[in-house]
Ligand binder design. Structure first.
Ligand code: NAD
Length: 305
């Protein structure tokens, strides 16, 4: 089987490429830049380009069985700063990608949506895939709009798809100086001897999933025929920011200080995903503990900071 991983040089994409290679897939990576933390992998074809370059995508997707779409030009905070940019660079460019997939006869598109933002403020946790979707960031609205277009393209052109709604993935190669990923950013601050910045009182709850668990779910969703098209992928466990910092304290070999700043309007108070559908249909369950995953991530963070 041949996969094209769009955004394959990013955090999740780089691990997905590893997993696909282990499973014997032929892999093309399409990204605007090469990987930040390691050299190109032998056996992988890297193509540099922009998601909006429909002509280029229309040539490289010929003969590809599965397209994994992991590009996002925004995170929740930056998306609200310019919704127009968010819509143009993510929604509109994704529709161009879907046109290219149809034209090239791609057999399936796997889209990385967002379990943390599409539901908005959950009415109760854990949140199942059937929970109402009322996002409070442009990022969440655009993810949801892309989900709807996948559904439309399936109806119009019979383009098969699976939507993954990951919670909060973490692990090695998540940018410690980036804008997304509390574990990475907190460990990066600790490695630099800086206080962890906590928005609000630290009682917001998130569902942290170790990257290898997420990648296994993504590959299973491509390799198996499941009844459903939308899957929450998380640990199913809620952890507050304050508890996360306690775990970090217990793992790292450096002092951990924190400072509080005012809460941000786009942070929902609590998101924990109901993962029973993925467990049942993908025959998948998360395996890594938060402590073990943070320990591995800390060792890596020290090596790059
Ligand atoms: N990391 C998280 O916490 C998280 C949570 C839920 C969902 N997701 C989604 O999973 C996907 C992957 O996330 P990630 O953490 O690996 O992000 P990332 O930023 O590490 O990787 C994204 C990759 O896309 C590339 N890219 C961005 N814009 C591009 C463009 N216009 N053309 C070509 N390439 C472009 C980047 O160069 C980068 O390599 C994203 O869609 C993200 O929204 C991430």
């Amino acid at each position: 089987m041949k996969a094209c991983v769009i955004g394959g040089c990013g955090f999740i994409g780089s691990h997905l490429v590893d997993g696909l290679l282990v499973d014997g897939w032929q892999v093309i990576v399409f990204d605007r830049v090469m990987e930040r933390y390691r050299a190109p992998l032998p056996g992988v074809e890297y193509i540099l380009g922009e998601l909006g370059n429909k002509g280029l995508l229309g040539t490289i997707l010929r003969g590809v069985d599965v397209v994994f779409h992991l590009v996002s030009t925004t995170v929740p905070q930056s998306s609200n700063e310019s919704p127009v940019f968010d819509i143009q660079s993510n929604l509109i460019d994704t529709i161009g990608l879907l046109d290219a997939c149809v034209a090239c006869g791609v057999k399936k598109v796997i889209f990385f949506s967002s379990g943390g933002t599409v539901y908005g403020i959950p009415r109760a946790v854990p949140v199942s895939e059937d929970h109402p979707t009322e996002p409070i960031s442009s990022y969440g609205i655009v993810k949801l709009a892309i989900e709807k277009y996948l559904h439309l393209y399936n109806r119009l052109y019979s383009l098969p798809y699976t939507i993954l709604r990951p919670s909060n993935p973490f692990g090695v190669r998540q940018n410690p100086s980036g804008q997304q990923g509390a574990v990475a950013v907190f460990l990066g601050r600790v490695a630099q001897g800086l206080p962890i910045v906590v928005w609000g009182d630290g009682e917001i709850v998130r569902d942290y999933i170790e990257i290898h668990d997420l990648v296994r779910a993504a590959i299973l969703s491509a390799e198996t025929t499941a009844k459903s098209q939308v899957f929450n992928i998380g640990s199913g466990q809620g952890t507050s920011i304050n508890t996360l910092i306690d775990i970090i304290r217990s793992v790292v070999d450096k002092p951990v200080a924190k400072m509080h700043l005012p809460a941000r309007p786009f942070d929902v108070p609590s998101v924990v995903l109901d993962i029973s559908r993925a467990q049942a249909e993908l025959k998948w369950k998360p395996q890594a503990s938060l402590e073990d995953g943070i320990t591995r991530t800390w060792e890596w963070t020290k090596s790059v900071e």
